[in-house]
Write a protein that binds this ligand. Structure first.
Ligand code: MTE
Length: 463
């Protein structure tokens, strides 16, 4: 907005309302994308791309900026009818999925089934999109690798990559906002968020592709690299501004042959499904899901982190004192490796469970980022007076710090004889001795990540 005269105010319309958003722009969680509608423009075309804006919390924020209404003759019955649905070609997902947001699609297989299979079936693997799924022809699609500011560039087709030596990595992928719903509920006065994710925004699979460290080595970029600090991944899905989804990881992770970053084209032995980045995605084990860029177009070795909103604003580590009024985005680092986490998959909150021999059976998952392995899972049914060690039923054999998969666990815990309900809590411990914090209160982050306090489930008992 530099260069604008000081007295310029920015007004937008939504349905019949007129709003002065001048003072709000800097705080807009979606950044300056809102300027697409700037100065007298309609919000409707912008909200066709980002329909989740018609969320109570957002409408309330907008209302705070209302300065008047359009004249009756300028009002239109349904202003959305003039704009095409950009999500019209998105693949249809499994009908069993628990859908948090329809457009862009944010959904996952049912939590109660999540802990049943070590490898999550592709159709139930969680999906976290931010934009419409791009249509890509695998026969003509190419991936570019480039070292910023130089002529050092390479270009590969899907077939080129498939002819190279590949690796298969067993790894979980977890969304930064997994379990956000619990964080928002647990913290009084927490600002309502649009994607209140349940604990099923994590899944586990076998990923096959070409090691990024080999491709970079081929361009002269190795673990000794000093000048370039980041590797950016640029996707083909685009914001209304035309800016593509992108993310970056530190160069040491990208060049480390044991870091297992791959350009993946298969998931659980099948071609990458369209929702998961077909034909090629970056896969960064141990890091938050946001860095594993789908529908990959370009890999850029750079001195800078990716410029994208999701690197610069959204998936960052903020202190509990930070809020949308006082935030200094540049002072907070991007989330990369994720902390230790766990959740109960069965029973679910509110389920009725049958008591057998004074005990109930529970099962769930545990995971820690950065290649840490789960070494223990503790469960209590009496508010922490007595803890029980769960059985780690399924765990990958790889050792820390290269352990990328989740761990599935189960536990039989005693409950009081005549109790009609019980609170079950679980917490995991990883190979560095990191343990989940007890409550969300002291780890609250206004952007809702990471969310790794004890998982607490209230269940009814039938004796
Ligand atoms: N890559 C692109 N191009 N576009 C996206 O919206 N979402 C990111 C990441 N990569 C995203 C992306 C986020 S936030 C997550 S959690 C993972 O993809 C989810 O991957 P999945 O949908 O295959 O489970």
């Amino acid at each position: 907005m530099s260069g604008m005269p000081l007295e310029t105010r920015i007004w937008v319309t939504f349905r019949e309302g007129v709003y002065d958003i001048t003072d709000y722009i800097k705080k807009h969680p979606g950044g300056e994308k809102i300027l697409i509608s700037a100065i007298g423009g309609q919000l409707e075309p912008l909200w066709t791309m980002y329909p989740f804006h018609e969320h109570r919390a957002i409408l309330q924020t907008l209302e705070m900026h209302r300065i008047g209404n359009l004249a009756l003759e300028d009002q239109i019955d349904d202003p959305f009818k003039f704009f095409d649905d950009p999500y019209i070609n998105d693949p249809v997902m499994h009908s069993d999925n628990h859908v948090v947001v329809e457009k862009p699609y944010i959904g996952s297989g049912p939590l109660s089934r999540l802990g049943d299979e070590f490898y999550t079936p592709n159709e139930h693997f969680y999906v976290r999109n931010h934009l419409p799924v791009p249509q890509i022809d695998p026969n003509t699609h190419t991936i570019e690798l480039e070292i910023e500011g130089t002529d050092n560039k390479k270009c590969y087709t899907l077939d080129d990559l498939k002819r190279m030596k590949n690796v298969t990595v067993t790894a979980a992928l977890m969304c930064s906002g997994n379990r956000r719903e619990e964080m928002v509920k647990a913290v009084p006065g927490a600002r309502e968020m649009v994607a209140n994710l349940t604990p099923n925004f994590i899944s586990n699979a076998q990923w096959t592709g070409v090691p990024l460290s080999c491709l970079l080595k081929d361009m002269g970029i190795t673990t000794d690299e000093k000048k370039y600090k980041h590797v950016q991944f640029i996707g083909l899905d685009k914001e209304v501004t035309g800016e593509p989804y992108s993310a970056s990881i530190p160069i040491f992770k990208a060049t480390d042959p044991y870091g297992d970053v791959i350009l993946a084209y298969e998931m659980n032995g099948a071609p990458l499904p369209p929702m998961h980045g077909f034909p090629i995605r970056a896969f960064v084990p141990g890091h938050t899901g946001a860095r594993s860029v789908k529908w990959l177009k370009k890999v850029l070795v750079s001195e800078h982190e990716a410029p994208c909103h999701y690197q610069q604003i959204d998936y960052k580590l903020y202190g509990p004192n930070v809020n949308w009024k006082n935030v200094d985005y540049s002072a907070c680092p991007a989330l990369q490796m994720v902390p230790v986490n766990s959740a109960v998959c069965r029973p679910n909150n509110g389920d009725t469970v049958h008591v057998e021999d004074g005990c109930i059976n529970i099962k769930g998952y545990a995971y820690s980022g950065g290649g840490q392995k789960i070494i223990r899972l503790d469960v209590t049914s009496d508010g922490g007076e007595t803890w029980h060690t769960a059985t780690l039923d399924h765990q990958d054999k790889s050792e820390a710090p290269h352990h990328w998969a989740w761990t599935l666990w189960s536990c039989k815990i005693p409950v009081k004889k005549d109790a009609s309900e019980v609170d079950v809590w679980c917490k995991a411990v990883d190979s560095s001795g990191n343990v989940q914090p007890e409550s969300f209160k002291n780890i609250f982050s206004w952007k809702g990540c990471p969310c790794n306090a004890y998982n607490r489930v209230k269940v009814k008992l039938s004796h």
